[in-house]
Design a binder for this molecule. Structure first.
Ligand SMILES: [Zn+2]
Length: 296
């Protein structure tokens, strides 16, 4: 009686989707949650959530779907998928809400591209899921309405209801037989998480010192703030060490050098604690080894 759901699960898995059971007739995972975990079976070594238990293994799928007419969930993260979910005004419970298909089409037009052609599923509420393969090694976020109004995305940590599933409002149906297309670069650029580096110009605390000391400090702080990831701490260490001689010569109060490098290091993306440790050690080292001004 649930043969078509087993087939839907197997077909999704054949396309590379990692599937897991949803409670019959619903969109909710059928697997137990962490609070009710008995630490047995698949959870013997610790609780596994649906994202970790989702599988492409036909034998495991047959075993699971032999137990009940489960709907089919696709864990988008392990499947390497990004699914764009275009919602409908009816589903949002307000006729004023815009249609996701329309706002997404407008977004594509503004970006100068056609709405991408890919595998599509019509949802039970009349919305549409557009399936894309996510680039390897890029963790994309789940979003709700931030790409465009009534447009959500599901990727790492998210799931979608697969074609073939049914809920009281209706069925999920594949609209074509296409495979998921690679996520277009322009759409990736919109979805990629913002870098953690704080934007905007570097603002140094007001520095009082000799002209040469202030010029050197400002130049070194600019170098630190622009340091590429992987070289940030090394750069901060080297720059603070260089400026240390002005502190030793009495041209620059130590706390001013510390404050300026702290701001520059944090602007580069280092943590406050990392900055403090590196700056202190670099200045200490510089003060220990500095030559007299005459010899410099
Ligand atoms: Zn468990």
């Amino acid at each position: 009686m649930s043969e078509h759901l087993l087939i839907a699960a197997l077909e999704a898995a054949e396309r590379g989707s990692h599937v897991f059971p949803l409670r019959p007739g619903t969109k909710r995972p059928a697997l137990h949650g962490e609070k009710t975990c008995a630490r047995t079976g698949p959870c013997a070594g610790g609780h596994l959530k649906w994202e970790q238990r989702a599988t492409t293994d036909p034998d495991r799928i047959r075993a699971a779907w032999s137990r009940a007419p489960f709907n089919v969930g696709i864990a988008t993260g392990p499947s390497g998928l990004l699914v764009v979910d275009l919602d409908t005004p009816e589903h949002k419970g307000s006729s004023d809400a815009p249609c996701g298909a329309a706002t997404f089409a407008a977004l594509c037009e503004r970006a100068g591209h056609a709405v991408p052609d890919t595998y599509r599923v019509r949802t039970a509420s009349g919305g549409t899921h557009l399936y894309f393969t996510a680039p390897a090694g890029v963790e994309l976020p789940n979003t709700a309405g931030t790409v465009a109004e009534s447009v959500d995305t599901r990727a790492a940590g998210g799931y979608v209801v697969a074609a073939g599933s049914a809920v009281p409002a209706g069925r999920y149906e594949a609209l074509n037989a296409a495979v998921a297309a690679p996520l277009p670069g322009w759409l990736l650029a919109i979805l990629r998480p913002a870098p953690t580096r704080s934007a905007g110009p570097l603002r140094l605390p007001t520095v009082d010192g000799s002209r040469a000391a202030v010029v050197a400090l400002e130049a070194e702080c600019a170098t630190v703030a622009a340091a590429p990831e992987g070289l940030r701490n090394t750069t901060l260490n080297r720059s603070a060490f260089k400026v240390g001689r002005f502190v030793a010569w009495g041209d620059l109060p130590r706390h001013m050098a510390e404050e300026a490098f702290q701001a520059a290091g944090e602007a580069a993306g280092l943590t406050a604690a990392e900055c403090r440790t590196t700056i202190r050690s670099a200045l200490d080292s510089s003060l220990r080894t500095v030559r007299p001004r005459e010899a410099a």
